[in-house]
Design a binder for this molecule. Sequence first.
Ligand code: DGL
Length: 263
Amino acid sequence: MSNSNPIGIFDSGIGGTSILKEIISLLPNENTVYLSDSKNAPYGDKNKDSILNLSVKNTELLIEKGCKIIVVACNTATTNTISYLRENYDIPFIGIEPAIKPAALKTKTNCIGILATKGTLSSALFSKTSEIFASNVKIIEQVGTGLVELIESGKLNSKEMTQILKTHMEPMIQNNIDYLVLGCTHYPYLIPQIRNIIGSNVQIIDSGLAVAKQTQNILSTFDLLNFEKEIGAHQFFINTNPKVLKKILLNIEEDYSVEKLEF
Ligand code: DGL
């Protein structure tokens, strides 16, 4: 494996680009391959076996493309499959799961909110983490029903989105949360709208930067950092119409080309 081989990143759709953005900004010389499995989004309503099969399919495609490390840029896939992937593939994996620990440590109102998919909130890993780190804190768990579907269909800033977000935030506001953990990589794109609804006193926790730092640490541990001087090249593959992915990538401020691929 050469150090210039790419970092592989996959998500159920376009949300993982919120992680990719942090990786590109922290590790500008790294090459990357991004898989957007939008055809199968959302993963959040699927059962564990289906999420596992999809994660295996994405992993094998990234390995085929020569990736040196895989970032599972999806909370739902991480919380349901990361131990299986680590046990069965001889490549390092980085995952993302809701950042309950910092929220539970810092809360003053003793009440925190978690917005995530049904698949993440019902996972054994999520229950274990909340038990270990937040047993003395009240957690308002909210399934983000409808949010991923609207983002995937290009309706990020629609009236429908505002309406759904208001409904999802209501129990959080009523319970006086002071930290809101975003437990899905699609949700950072909703921060401006969430902020309008919950006001400025609630801290929003998004783990994108932490995941990028962990990727850097693990690459360094395995002696896999790319020391080439050139800026990295980025490849994008999607199994539906590339339009929405291309649009969201403008947040990384480049006109990337996206290839449609059957996978
Ligand atoms: N981005 C995925 C996550 O972090 C979205 C899950 C879904 O497809 O429902 O969980």
